[in-house]
Each structure stands twice: as C-alpha cells, then as structure tokens.
Design a protein. Sequence first.
Length: 166
Amino acid sequence: MRQVAAHDSDALMALYEQYGRIVYSVAIYVLQDPQHAEEITQDVFMTVWQKAAMFDLERGTAKSWLTQIARNLAIDHLRRQRRRGAESHPLELAEMLPAPGTIRNDDQHELFGHLQKLPAEQRQAIELAYFQGYTHQEIAERLKLPLGTVKSRILLGLRKLQALLK
C-alpha cells in the first residue's frame, strides 16, 4: 500500500491481481449486475490509487479495506438508482449465491455459509442493510417493524457472524 501511495503503478497492478476478483465478487453480490460490478471494481482501484495514503494497517488489512470500499461504492450506486426511481428487487440469499462449484473465493463462500446459519429475520435485516444498502429506517418501513427491532436483529446477527468467523 505504501508503494501505491507513492504512485507506483506496478504496485497498483499487483494489488489488482491479488484482490481484483474479491472486489468484483463484493460488487456483483451487492449489485447483481456484471457491467456495473466491473465499473465499481475500476472505481475501487481508482479510489485506492488516489487515497492509498489513507490506508491504516492498524485498522485492518488491505483486503478488508478494499472490500469495504467496494461495498460502499456499490451501495452508493444502488441508492442513486433508487433516487432515480429504479425499482429495487430484494433477493433471497440463496438466489444470489453462485451455483455450487463456481465460488472462487473461500472467504466469500465462508461468509455466505455463515449467513445461512443465522435466523431468517436476522439474515434478512443484514442482507437489506449491508448488501442492498437500505437504511435502518427504510428496513423498518419495508418490513413493517419497529426501528428498534430492526436494529436489534442486525446487531444480534452481526454478533453471531463475528463469532462464527473467528
């Protein structure tokens, strides 16, 4: 990351070769659109090129930083679409997973597997918040639940995921 911060294009290419697939996986998971996922992947690496100096190893790995950037950019894209009146179709997690044997990333497979272990209510709230970009208030309105219930489901689900991932 220091080399990328120093604008070493070879270092950026090496970073892309190492993490490009996982960044794309995050974008495709959130967007469900290969063309836009490719654009988000490019945007992630442009962002890294411009802001690599902001990377802090004490706060996490390069992989986690890149995937967080990808998730944020993809969710921003979804929110822009929603503001323009595009209809958002919530999908069940099982429908969003690639066919068995096509998952290329062990971490993605592990995360999706652990999501399946959560109670349906917690999994649904997490999917809406983290993979479809809905705010807690929007989730509460969509599911016709009190805001506190939505927040509790997300918090409990994230705690369970954290324990499963350790």
